[in-house]
Design a protein around this ligand. Sequence first.
Ligand code: EPZ
Length: 419
Amino acid sequence: MQGGRVLKTLHITGGRPLSGTVEIHGGKNAALPILTAAAAIPGRFLLRNCPEIRDVEITREILALLGVTSHRAGSELRLDSTGLRPAAIPPALAGQLRSSVLFLGALLSSFGNASIPLPGGCVLGARPLDLHRSALETLGAQTEALSDGISCRGRLRAGTVILRYPSVGATENLLLAALHAEGPVRILGAAAEPEVDDLIAFLTACGAEISGAGGPCLTIRPSSLHGAEHRILPDRMEAATWLCAAACAGGSLALTGLVPAHLRPVSDALRLAGCRITEEAERLSVTAGPLRAIPPIVTGPYPAFPTDAQAPLMAALLKASGTTILEETVFEDRFRHIPALRAMGGDIETVGRLARIRGVKQLHGARIRATDLRGGAAMVCAALGAEGETVLTDAALLDRGYQDLIKNLNLLGASVSAD
Ligand code: EPZ
């Protein structure tokens, strides 16, 4: 929210370099599973560094319907799940974000059954739930695909489940479902994204016994659970977006309050492209320079190049001299931002999941529409480095995952207005 309003259309005047310091907020993809975990653990919680973004507010609304109260004071969020009760989750809420699927595991843990509407989230392909369902069924739960949702019942038994793909959401759902299993649960082939580790750190603070964090083999042993305090991991994708914004707009930025190692594939790619990037403990400094094409980039599960930074990096490479190949291996339909980048003068060709970017001398403003969260962010980045004005409609999408983006862009020298 920017001043309580949801952004609709942005007017971005390009050609203005960025300069200054940006404090990185808590991570959307760390906060959402941690908030949802409150529906699996009766207790009181204090979450620090919780971002003020729409997906968090929607999750709070869902929690409130389940009897989990929450009160915000800036970036601190206090939750009380001692009054947790079964309730139907409205499709209008669940259908706005992908992480609503995690209420399946949380409520299965709490009540031994759960029925949730189909999740929403960015349109990046089919985004099926087969990995979630088959993993829960392997551990003894019965799941059923409903016309407008998915139901699950039965307490998980001890056992081992193998994920054929390190799905972030399936790993998180299993962690929540296994909290009240009959015995130890092992997850082989688990996702190892920093956000999964942060969920594990939170659950451990709540008394959970989880081993293997950071690797592909997790073991959860049932234990008594309670409330906890936790500081949410900084948002590596917000930081990656700011690096790409500086590369597009020119100028110099200092990013503070982040974990540089978590976005190393992105900073390495931009260094290769000609940006000067220095790392300190919780700080990244970037100075843009003339950009050049880089060796092929292939997205993949952590620690590979992150799929969520594919679109912003593509924007940064639009004026890089030479040709760069990007391969998107995680989602089958994650090039929906390309027509808008072409409308601004970008020279991009795709064949299946491969995109070839040929650098152009100049980009120009255009009237374009945000297609998804990271695609919309990429359009903002490209507009910063384009001649003239870009009008970006459906920009409310950005509000889902970026706190104070427009305010900070203007503080750093950009010219962005919203109506
Ligand atoms: C999480 O989505 C993130 N969202 C995504 O960020 C991120 O792009 C993604 O992980 C990959 O890192 C949140 O954490 C809220 P997956 P998730 O399950 O859990 C397929 C953003 O912009 N798959 O790891 O949905 C799936 O279709 C968002 O912040 C199945 O086939 O990602 C995809 O191709 C976008 N069956 C691949 O696995 C399943 O049952 C990775 O999906 C589940 C997933």
